[in-house]
Design a protein around this ligand. Sequence first.
Ligand SMILES: Cc1cc2nc3c(=O)[nH]c(=O)nc-3n(C[C@H](O)[C@H](O)[C@H](O)COP(=O)(O)OP(=O)(O)OC[C@H]3O[C@@H](n4cnc5c(N)ncnc54)[C@H](O)[C@@H]3O)c2cc1C
Length: 395
Amino acid sequence: AALLTVQGPGWIKLTMKLMASYFLDFAWLLRGRKTSRKVCTGAAGVARLWYSLKKRDIPLWTESPMVALLDEEGRVVGAEVKKQGKTLRIQARKGVILAAGGFERNQAMREQYLPKPTSTAWSGGVETNTGDAIVEGQRLGAATRLMDGAWWCTTISVPGEPAPRLSIMEKSFPGSCVVNMNGERFANESQNYMAFQKDLYKVHTDDNPCSPMYQIFDARFRRDYIVGPLMTAQLKPDWTIPKDWFESKLVGKAGSVRELAQQLGINADNLEKTVEKMNGYAKTGKDLDFQRGDSAYDRYYGDQRFQPNPCLGAIDEAPFYAIRVDAGDFGTQGGLATNPNAQVTKENGEPIEGLYAVGNCSAAVLPTYPGPGSTLGPAMTFAYQAAKHLSGFKD
Ligand SMILES: Cc1cc2nc3c(=O)[nH]c(=O)nc-3n(C[C@H](O)[C@H](O)[C@H](O)COP(=O)(O)OP(=O)(O)OC[C@H]3O[C@@H](n4cnc5c(N)ncnc54)[C@H](O)[C@@H]3O)c2cc1C
């Protein structure tokens, strides 16, 4: 992925190889409709789970939210679910497993628990994740943990798109930097996205607002890399950029760094100084402020054509560009406390019989960022734990 996104040496050959392996796989292509052909990565994982349900004739209801849990004498015995306008009471012989996501799309809960500024509009999580399972668990006496945490990731909100885009790799490519409205950098743009945003919250104040922030880059960067909704200049020339992206200050473009800052309301003197510094760091390969590109992680999303530091390049070719970035997330991290069997527990550690929680409605077991998969990995593992405990299966 890194090779393709920076169009590094060999990217055309790799693209051709990938396309050939898809389009020349006649056995697959002849299997059926376009939608039922080869699925890869996450979609393949979901397809396999869905297939297992189908094979066992297990019904899967969509658009049927759980509105309440049913309990008797301290034990969860079912759930109330809305389906096609009707409220159904469903009995659960062994227990209920909550897997209803976090509270990223509930503005009131965000304001109650998360650091500011915070908005549902900056979250990449699904619209239906409004914390219902957490609230119901709390009603039955469950403890919660890590409610002030989220899977932080800066995002770019594009008018007309249903959810913001995650802004990850593009921040690491050489020849750009991210600044606050004071025109100053506040973190290493190439570190992992969780750590970048945690650094943001450390320095964000009313006098030093760091969200929204702008990623600043130049014509060379625009030619070489994809930035949020902006494909490379060749694939999406400037004249195709919608006018309202400029009018809403999502995107800025100007003949000089000073003009760019003035256009977007960024402190122009400071932005000029920041860009000048970045150009110096590009020459020496040493970011004296935030050590960008010093670690192997940083350099993974660098561009090896840039030496001595693949994460640092000059920002010096007009026109200059900027894109607005927000302090977003792709889900919340706090939720119901659980034990190793995924049973929901009370403050004293005692399990609530018949109640299990997995995924983002349970408190994260990997709250820092050990690497990609720290959300889906534990969610699937603890779903397995819950199923084993419910069924009495021993492995
Ligand atoms: C763009 C993007 C990229 C990501 N990339 C990665 C990655 O590479 N690796 C990784 O590990 N994670 C990744 N994640 C995060 C990962 O997808 C989520 O953390 C994970 O899907 C959370 O799983 P979950 O089951 O807890 O919740 P979700 O997958 O969000 O599912 C929750 C479901 O519950 C439903 N629901 C909500 N309320 C109710 C209710 N009352 N009753 C019934 N249903 C309800 C929702 O409609 C939703 O379908 C990414 C997320 C995004 C947005």
